[in-house]
Write a protein that binds this ligand. Structure first.
Ligand SMILES: Nc1ncnc2c1ncn2[C@@H]1O[C@H](COP(=O)(O)OP(=O)(O)OP(=O)(O)O)[C@@H](O)[C@H]1O
Length: 268
C-alpha cells in the first residue's frame, strides 16, 4: 500500500530512516539515520560490515518492516507496505522458489497475482527465461537445478515482473566463486539491456566495485551512510580485464579503508 506525498525527483528516496527493534533497555538501534537516493536506471551497491543493518534497511525499503523514524519514497509514493513496483531477490534461492512448481510456473506466479493477461504472461516468462539462459529448462522443477541455476530462476522471476526497482540482498553469497562471477555478469548485462534500476546489497567489497556505478558504504549499527564512492570504471566490464585495472584496485582499497573505518565505529 502506498500514499502519495509529493513528486520526488529520484526513483527511490530514503530519508532519515531509523529502525529500533523493541526490547529491554531501549531495544536495538539497528539503523541510526540513513539518507540516500537512487536515480532511475542506476545500479547502486550498498556495502557495510556484518551486522551493519543492511537487511534491516532492505526490509524497510521493501515495506516488510515499519521504520521507527524517517521514510522511504518510491517514485513519489511513500512506502507503507510492499510496493507494487518492487521485486526482491534474496540470498536463499532454495527457499524463494516453490519446489512443487516448474521453473515456468515459478516465474509466472507473480504475474498471475498482478493479473497480467495470459498471452502477455507467456511472452514475459519466455523472454525472462531466455535472458537468464534458462529457456531450455522451463519444464524442470527447482530441485532438479544447480544452486546457480535456481538463483537465475529467481532473477528471471524478478525481471519478468518488470519492476521499477530490483532489490538484491546478498543474492550470490551462497553460490561458488565461478557461478558467482557468471551471475554478476548476468546482472550487469540485464541492467544494461533492460535499463532496470538495481539496488544491490553485498558485504563483498570487490563485488560492489565490479557491479556498481556507485557504492554506498554503511557504518556499523546504528547505521549511517559513511561515504558514497563513484565507480568511474568503463561500463564495458569483464571479470579478468576490469578486475586487473589499476583503477579497480584503487577503488577497492578506498572502499576497504572505509569499511575498516566503519568497523572501528568512526562516523563521517
Ligand atoms: N528482529 C530483530 N530483533 C532484534 N534485533 C535485531 C533483529 N533483526 C536484526 N537485529 C539486530 O539489528 C542489527 C542489524 O542487523 P541486520 O541483520 O540488519 O544486519 P546486516 O548488515 O544485514 O548483517 P549481516 O551482514 O551479518 O547479514 C544487529 O545488531 C542485529 O542483531
Amino acid at each position: 500500500m502506498t500514499t502519495d506525498i509529493s513528486a520526488a525527483p529520484a526513483l527511490l528516496d530514503v530519508r532519515n530512516l531509523k529502525k529500533v527493534y523493541p526490547g529491554r533497555g531501549g531495544g536495538v538501534e539497528a539503523v541510526g539515520d540513513l539518507t540516500f537516493s537512487v536515480e532511475r536506471g542506476e545500479l547502486v551497491c550498498i556495502v557495510g560490515p556484518s551486522g551493519a543493518g543492511k537487511t534491516t534497511l532492505l526490509k524497510c525499503v521493501a515495506g516488510l518492516l515499519d521504520a521507527t523514524g524517517g521514510h522511504v519514497v518510491l517514485q513519489g509514493d511513500r512506502v507503507k507496505g510492499p510496493p507494487p513496483g518492487m521485486a526482491v531477490v534474496f540470498q536463499e534461492y532454495g527457499r524463494s522458489l516453490f519446489p512443487w512448481m516448474t521453473v515456468r510456473q515459478n516465474v509466472e506466479l507473480p504475474l498471475k497475482e498482478k493479473r497480467v493477461p495470459k498471452a502477455e504472461r507467456k511472452r514475459l516468462v519466455e523472454s525472462a527465461l531466455e535472458a537468464v539462459g534458462l529457456a531450455h529448462v522451463h519444464g524442470s522443477h527447482p530441485w532438479q537445478l544447480s544452486g546457480g541455476m535456481q538463483q537465475r530462476v529467481a532473477i528471471a522471476r524478478a525481471v519478468a515482473y518488470e519492476p521499477q526497482i530490483l532489490i538484491m540482498d546478498e543474492p550470490f553469497a551462497a553460490v561458488d566463486a565461478q557461478t558467482r562471477a557468471d551471475l554478476e555478469d548476468l546482472v550487469r548485462s540485464l541492467w544494461r539491456r533492460l535499463g532496470v534500476t538495481v539496488l544491490f546489497v553485498t558485504h563483498d567489497i570487490d563485488e560492489s566495485v565490479y557491479l556498481g556505478r556507485r557504492v554506498i558504504v554503511l557504518s556499523n549499527a546504528p547505521t549511517v551512510v559513511l561515504a558514497e564512492v563513484a565507480v568511474d570504471l568503463p561500463e564495458e566490464r569483464d571479470q579478468l580485464g576490469t578486475r586487473s585495472l589499476p583503477r579497480f584496485a584503487e577503488l577497492r582499497s578506498e572502499v576497504y579503508r572505509l569499511i575498516q573505518q566503519a568497523k572501528t565505529g568512526a562516523r563521517p
